[in-house]
Ligand binder design. Structure first.
Ligand code: FE2
Length: 195
């Protein structure tokens, strides 16, 4: 049943409509909304929860038409991981199933990247990504033998914005992540075909 996701989206609209909120307040309130969402397990349509054997998938679940925010599911097959990348906008990651390891990097004086932190995010955990605090990271499935799924909120249309990929020596390459799906879930379709 997709109802919890519809409620999440409705409340996100209220948050982004409310011009009195600071970014920090918006992040804090969105964190609570995402925590509530990932504590519920039967709303994500199966088509947005299936792994690809070759690489992790990023599926658009919802995009605000004013491009103020977007919501995606990331599906990690066993052992799958991202390259090192940044985001350019703040975001939240909430783990719906399984666990993932968030490896944070910081540039040294010579530009090379150093791993400064590796945090395991477990089911129900929500983590903030914020460019002001340093948002260069790589993420991998914590499991070598099972699928993990996380729900991501970004404060922009993340699939369309210019970002960077990084090598360990600090070399960068521009990229635009795009979306892998041609359609988004119907927020009013109360079927039973969900994970
Ligand atoms: Fe990321």
């Amino acid at each position: 049943m997709i109802t919890p996701f519809r409620h999440f989206i409705r409340h996100l609209h209220l948050l982004f409509d409310d011009a009195t909120l600071s970014t920090t307040q918006r992040q804090q309130q969105a964190t609570q909304l995402l925590k509530t969402l990932v504590q519920q397990h039967s709303w994500l349509p199966r088509a947005y929860a299936e792994p690809d054997p070759d690489r992790y998938r990023q599926m658009l679940l919802y995009a605000d038409l004013h491009e103020r925010f977007s919501v995606l599911s990331f599906i990690w097959g066993p052992g799958q991981q991202t390259p090192i990348h940044d985001h350019g906008v703040w975001g939240l990651v909430g783990v719906l199933r399984g666990a993932e390891i968030d490896q944070r990097y910081k540039p040294a004086a010579d530009g090379s990247l150093h791993l400064i932190d590796a945090t395991t995010l477990n089911e129900g955990d929500v983590s903030l990504i914020c460019p002001r605090q340093g948002d260069i990271h790589a993420v991998k499935n914590a499991y070598e033998d099972q699928v993990s799924i996380s729900i991501h909120l970004y404060a922009s249309n993340i699939g369309r914005i210019d970002r960077q990929l990084y090598e360990n020596d600090g070399t960068t390459r521009p990229f635009i992540s795009r979306y892998q799906n041609a359609s988004v879930p119907n927020l009013w379709f109360e079927d039973s075909d969900s994970m």
